[in-house]
Design a protein around this ligand. Structure first.
Ligand SMILES: [Zn+2]
Length: 444
């Protein structure tokens, strides 16, 4: 069965995010075999799916550059706690009860939420990554799934010469083979060493070698809290990024989540190694990591910085529209300067920069030949009117739009949300299965 054809007719607006950042009025899009084949101000052919573009804006689909999809199961499970205590006392014990089936259910819920919010692609790191991949494909999302790798849950126990647990190595290799076997262009395997304080040098260097040989992204948490940085520095005499650079771990294939507590020297190291950053403003605020990630400095050095939600246990939603508004407000407040991170730059972070970080060059913009990863926003909403030209539209998208304003979402030329309905699964059946989840984690 081939992919359907889709005609998005006479859209009020198309925010292309192409190199010229063009915004088109009254144009139509034609999609065939997963690719945008025509952008026209005239008529376009008939298609399997047709959408009347009146009162609608098409934007490139949003990228969630850091999440743990299955953690939707722990949404609202443990809130209002410091990160270390939250992880060690609540999250890690609860995670010991996870099974493959549960991870699949949690990831399904996450994918439903993200698809409805106009997210078309996400970078995930978690246990049972096969289940995340299955859930993403079931809903129809594009996914880069990192197999989570941890040597020790106790940072005091970490030793640079820890040998990677054979289980981790085998399971990582099995997962990479599994993704290869799928042969689905929407799925990429990645490696997910959890953090420098939970993985040994041996593991980190094994990951680096594997990622270089296989052309795989390596996704890691870095410098999330001040306590983490100072604890690491005390133990190893170097800050995290300096340490990782000294052992040769940092390359252009690394996508680092958080990067909050960095010295100017560390920012320069990340820039010189072409490391990509997944900024998670809402998770950082909620866990009160104490600082603000210096992403305006990173952007000043031409680094690629995208937006992530982090898991639903620390956000608690998976809505990149919310992340866009938050990131703009946070950095204006932090810098005492309302001109930093203008709306258009924020939209870039959520779209084209996110795809770039994942090495997916043919998406993140709307143009002929691009992958058809598109979010369609309903503009007949009180919070989105009036529209003061193209700049006003982009302002509305960043500052006023919510995930629930998304009308339809297309991924790889497939409608996965169409007129506000998830296309490929029965949502009620999934809601029914979620009712039993709280019992499983009670008193974990
Ligand atoms: Zn995370």
């Amino acid at each position: 069965m081939g992919k359907p054809t889709i005609a998005l007719k006479k859209l009020d607006w198309i925010v292309t995010e192409d190199l010229d950042r063009r915004v088109l009025k009254g144009c139509s899009l034609y999609i065939e075999d997963g690719i945008i084949t025509e952008i026209s101000s005239g008529s376009i052919p008939e298609a399997d799916y047709t959408l009347d573009g009146a009162w609608k804006a098409a934007i490139p689909g949003l990228v969630n550059l850091h999440t743990h999809a299955a953690m939707t199961l722990l949404r609202g499970y443990a809130d209002d706690m410091p990160l270390e205590e939250w992880l060690e006392k609540r999250i890690w014990p609860a995670e010991r009860r996870l099974t493959a089936d549960l991870c699949y259910l949690g990831a399904l819920l996450a994918c439903m939420e993200m698809a409805r919010n106009g997210t078309t692609c996400f970078l995930d790191m978690y246990y049972y990554p096969e289940e995340t991949v299955k859930a993403a494909l079931k809903i129809g999302l594009r996914v880069v799934a990192a197999v989570g790798i941890i040597d020790t849950f106790n940072p005091e126990e970490r030793r640079p010469d820890f040998k990677l647990k054979i289980f981790s190595r085998r399971s990582a290799e099995r997962f990479i083979d599994y993704v290869k076997g799928l042969g689905d262009s929407r799925v990429k395997a990645a490696l997910g060493p959890h953090a420098p304080y939970t993985c040994s040098d041996d593991t980190l260097l094994w990951v680096k070698e594997k990622s270089e040989k296989g052309g795989l992204i390596s996704h890691i948490h870095l410098a999330e809290t001040r306590r983490e940085q100072s604890r690491f520095e005390k133990m190893y005499g170097r800050r995290e990024i300096e340490y990782l650079d000294a052992i040769g771990f940092l390359t252009g294939r690394v996508v680092a989540a958080h990067c909050v507590w960095l010295s100017p020297r560390e920012i320069n190291i990340l820039a010189s190694r072409n490391v990509k950053v997944a900024h998670c403003p809402i998770s950082n605020l909620k866990l009160a990591v104490g600082g603000v990630a210096p992403i305006t400095d990173m952007i000043g050095l031409n680094m690629t910085v995208g937006l992530g939600t982090d898991g639903a246990a620390s956000n608690n939603s998976l809505d990149i529209f919310e992340a866009m508004k938050t990131v703009a407000l946070l950095h204006k407040w932090y810098r005492w300067d309302p001109t930093v991170l203008p709306a258009w730059k924020v939209l870039d972070m959520a779209t084209v920069e996110g795809y770039k970080a994942l090495g997916i060059d043919k998406a993140g913009y709307i143009g002929v030949g691009a992958y058809a990863d598109i979010a369609i926003i309903d503009l007949k909403r009180p919070g989105l009117q009036p529209i003061h030209g193209a700049t006003g539209l982009v302002s509305n998208i960043v500052y006023a739009c919510r995930g629930s304003d998304v009308h339809s979402t297309v991924v790889d030329g497939e409608p996965i949300v169409w007129d506000r309905r998830i296309v490929k699964v029965d949502e009620d059946e999934i809601y029914g299965r979620l009712v039993k989840v709280p019992d499983i984690f009670r008193e974990a």
